[in-house]
Structures are given as C-alpha cells and as structure tokens.
Design a protein. Structure first.
Ligand code: SF4
Length: 529
C-alpha cells in the first residue's frame, strides 16, 4: 500500500528537519531522539497506510510519501495536527484525533493483538521490553508439565482454528503419552478466503507465537516443534524465521531452557498452497514429505502424530493466547468472553462495510456491535448506508454459514453460532449488502472448496463438482424446482460422506443460503433474472 515509501520519507525528512532520528529500539529509552519504527498490522486496513505519533496518540490515515514533509513540519516540529489526515467517522462526519476517539478501536478489546501494530516485530528486544518471554520463564522455571496443562484447561481456552476444541484437553492427551519424543506444531496454514488473522499475528508479533509454542512444549514434554506457514505469506515466513533465529541467539530456544533441563527447538516450514493442509492429519503428512491428504482419526495426533509420535497442533491465534493465560492466570482470562467461550476472538472484517480490517472482541459481542459499530455500518457503491442495507454476513469462510439481519443481536461465540447452523470457523466475516446475490456467494465458496478438494473421497471430489454445476444451472437460467431439491439432497450427502472437515462443511454455504435466502434462488429459477 505504500507504507515502505512513507517510512523512507519519514527518515529522510526528519533528518533534514534536524531532528535526532532514532531507527533502533533502545531498551534504555530514546533520549531527545524521535524514533521511527515499523510495525505489523494495526488492523485498520481500509485506512492504511497509517502513521501513529506517540505519545500524543495521533493517528494519520491514508498517508502517502507526499504527506510526510507536512507531518514532519507541522506535527513533529510545530506540534500541530494535520487535520486533513485524520479519520472522519462516516456517520457523524466528526474528525477523530486518534484511536481513543475512533469507534473502530474504542469498541474493541485488544489482548492478543495488543502489541500487534505497536512493536517492531523484527526486534526481539522490544518484545522482551513489553514483558515478552516472562510467561515462558515462569512455565519452565516454576511450573511442571501438569501445572501448565491445568492452567490452560482451567482457562477454558478453545482452539481458534475452527472447531473450538478445548486446548487443555488436547494438551493433556499428549502429556500422558509415555513416548519420550513429542512434537508441537503451529498451524499457520490459514487459507480461508477473507481471513488474515493469523497472517497479521505472525507478521505483527511473531515472538508471541513462539512463546506460546514454548509453553505448549513445556506442557506436553516436547523438545521439537514446527511452524507450518503457507508459502503465500512470504512476509510471515520471513518474520517467523527471523524471530526463531533471534530467540535461539537470545537463549529462549535451545537446551536447558531457564535451567529446567528441557530443550526445545523450532523449525519454520512453508506449505505448498493446498487449503486441505490446514487439516491436522494432512498437515502432518505434508511435513513428513508426503502428499497432503487427510487420514481417518483415531489415532489422534496427540496419540500418534508427526513421525507417529504424540503431537499437538494448535492454530496461531490459540498459541498467541497462551502467554497471557500463564502470566495472569485462568481466572483473569475467564473475565472476558462467555462461560463456554472464554477470552477474545480476532475477526477479519471485510466486504460491504465502512471499516474493513482486523478486529478483536470478547466472545459474546453481538453481530450488531461488530458490523454496525466497529465496522462503521454497511456500504454500497455510493458509500455508507444505514442498517436497512444489511443483507447477510458470511462467517467462518467456506465452511461457515450466513447470518441474517434478524440475528444482529446474536452473541458471537462457539455455541450460539452452532445453534443457528453457523460456526466461528477461523474468524472470517464477510459483510454483504442488499444488492448481493446470495446464489453467487454460494457459488464463490463452492468453486473454492471444489478446487481444493484433495480427491480422496468420492462424495467430496465428485459431489462438490456436481453442486457447482447445479449452482451454474441456477445462475445461468437453466434451473428448475428439481435443481433446488437436488442441491439440498446432494449437499446433505456430501456432508455425511466426506472424511475431513473440508468436505463435511463444503455444502454449508449452499445449504445456509438455501435456507435463509431461498428467494434469491427462486428469482433465478422462476423469474429467470
Ligand atoms: Fe479430501 Fe475432501 Fe475427503 Fe477431505 S473430504 S479427505 S478434502 S476428498
């Protein structure tokens, strides 16, 4: 988006203005110098590139390199605000000085994203200065494996990768295995269209993920781990590799960690682009050098995983929650969220909404809060429209379902969403306005899953192809009432007859749009629109 040009221009013009420019983090402070720091994602994607000026907490939006001389002269030297670069709230038309005044930030609870966008992800010293690796020290120096698993179980943490399985239970299942060789894997193979939460975390705060993995290793007794990142995320791969090397050099990875006698080493692996490799058993096969195809469970990876050794696989966001749980305790973690879905969840908010970006809210926040308040309301080609323009939200990517306007006050948590036939999934939220054709939305996701089917099961391999062909029939005016009935029957058959989550959930967008937006289908079929 041009952020690098803005960064270079800041360095240049600040130097020319005679300011003492500090380019590196100094743990002892920066004296009279003005530090220019690059950060990871601040979440407010629609408004980037962003420049935050601290400690005044001024946020400039959509900054270009041409704006920089004015920022330096007016704000950094003159102490005045450049009004034209401030964010304007679409409903009230008021200018907001900084994150404290911007509803997009004000209404969020950023815990896992707290440092994301504020610390330099390439500088381990900055992570340590913000309390980083203190939780790992506590886990290795003061706790045993059972103690670590217990605190994670008591926190009620559930996996953020889609299924919501209790993390503590998964760790405990691996901990009790007698095999002395165990592995920890971080699943960074985020591939849902519209999802970029894990990418932002790996790019914005890679050490937090590493620290979560170290604590997981302590919990199950592992001495080796892999960070599996999709190759389409080259910056995440680069930052994770650098973070691993820096953590090794600083003694956070290696032998006898914190005097515990336990070793832990990490390797970053790139996925080759298959969506199905986000499934645990396919991911393990991929690391082993085999074709990434799911296999039946049991045995579960916690019993027999990588190289047939006990293995836990956790999603990036799940692992990034761990340091806070160990530092602050289970009760503090449970203070946010709901009884059965404690803590917070990051969502990638995209589509027809004023503020697209990466957000974090406690579980239990409503769809209204997320779409209308944090997201700033629904938009069309002409800009902001009111809530009457809201048609649906696709939650959970290609495996998820649609939420309709009557569900605006539904709490977003694992169980409430399941009760209406949707799922948290990995956290993609695609907002759609009244002009959106839901048959085309279903087709978009079906094309994606059909292309990504690994081909092992007949119903997933052939069924998704037939579902796609039926959707084409509807859209291209060849559909009949029988086509709609076939879509439903085949959709249910693919759900039942597929081995892994990809196939089992592939028909969800079709079935959910058929249920909630049948009129869109009928318009194609009976009115031949
Ligand atoms: Fe492969 Fe689909 Fe079967 Fe999963 S359900 S194993 S993706 S064919």
């Amino acid at each position: 988006n041009g952020s690098k040009k803005v960064l270079d221009a800041l360095e240049k013009h600040m130097g020319e203005a005679g300011l003492d420019v500090v380019l590196e983090f100094r743990p002892e402070g920066h004296g009279d110098g003005v530090r220019v720091s690059h950060s990871g994602c601040q979440g407010f994607c629609q408004m980037g590139p962003l420049v935050t000026i601290l400690p005044e907490n001024i946020l400039y939006t959509k900054v270009t390199a041409d704006d920089v001389p004015e920022i330096v002269a007016e704000t950094l030297v003159g102490g005045k605000v450049v009004e034209r670069l401030l964010y304007v709230e679409p409903r009230t038309k008021e200018k907001c000085l900084g994150p404290d005044q911007i509803p997009f930030y004000q209404r969020q609870t950023r815990t896992v994203l707290k440092e994301c966008g504020f610390i330099d992800p390439d500088d381990i010293r900055e992570y340590v200065a913000h309390g980083g690796y203190a939780a790992a020290r506590k886990a290795f120096a003061d706790m045993d494996a059972k103690g670590v698993c217990d605190v994670v179980s008591q926190s009620g943490l559930r996996g953020r990768g889609g299924g919501g399985f209790p993390t503590g239970r998964k760790w405990e299942a691996a901990r009790v295995q007698a095999n002395p060789k165990k592995y920890v894997i971080c699943n960074g193979d985020e591939g849902d269209p519209g999802a970029f939460m894990d990418r932002s975390l790996m790019e914005g705060n890679p050490h937090c993920v590493i620290e979560g993995m170290m604590i997981a290793a302590r919990g199950i007794g592992a001495d080796e781990g892999y960070i599996y990142v999709r190759a389409e995320y080259p910056l995440a791969v680069k930052r994770m590799r650098k973070a691993v090397a820096d953590a090794e050099a600083a003694g956070y990875l290696g032998d006898n960690l914190f005097g515990s006698g336990q070793s832990f080493r990490l390797e970053v692996m790139e996925g080759a682009g298959a969506f199905v490799c986000g499934e645990e058993t396919a991911l393990i096969a991929s690391i082993e050098g085999l074709r990434g195809m799911p296999s039946p469970k049991p045995p579960f990876p916690a019993q027999q995983g990588l190289w047939r050794k006990p293995t836990i696989i956790n999603n990036v966001e799940t692992l990034a929650q761990i340091p806070r749980i160990v530092s602050e305790g289970a009760a503090a973690y449970r203070a946010l969220g709901t009884e059965t879905s404690p803590g917070t969840k990051t969502f990638a908010l995209t589509g027809h909404v004023s503020n697209t970006g990466l957000i974090e809210v406690p579980f239990g926040a409503t769809l209204r809060e997320v779409v209308l308040n944090i997201g700033g309301g629904v938009t069309d080609d002409r800009g902001f429209i009111d809530e009457k323009g809201f048609k649906a939200v696709q939650i959970g990517g290609p495996s998820g379902g649609c939420l309709t306007p009557d569900l605006l006050d539904l709490p977003l948590d694992f169980d409430s969403l399941r009760s209406v036939g949707a799922m948290v999934g990995s956290g993609g939220l695609v907002v759609m306005n009244q002009k959106t054709c839901m048959v085309s939305v279903a087709r978009f996701f079906m094309e994606f899953t059909q292309r990504e089917s690994c081909g092992k099961c007949v119903l997933c391999r052939e069924g998704t192809k037939q579902l796609l062909a039926l959707l084409d029939d509807v859209i291209e005016g060849r559909g009949t009432a029988e086509t709609l009935a076939l879509l439903e029957t085949l959709g249910h058959a693919v759900q039942v007859g597929s081995l892994c989550g990809l196939g089992k959930t592939a028909p969800n967008p079709v079935l959910s749009t058929l249920k909630h937006f049948r009129k869109d289908y009928e318009e194609h079929v009976f009115e031949k629109r």
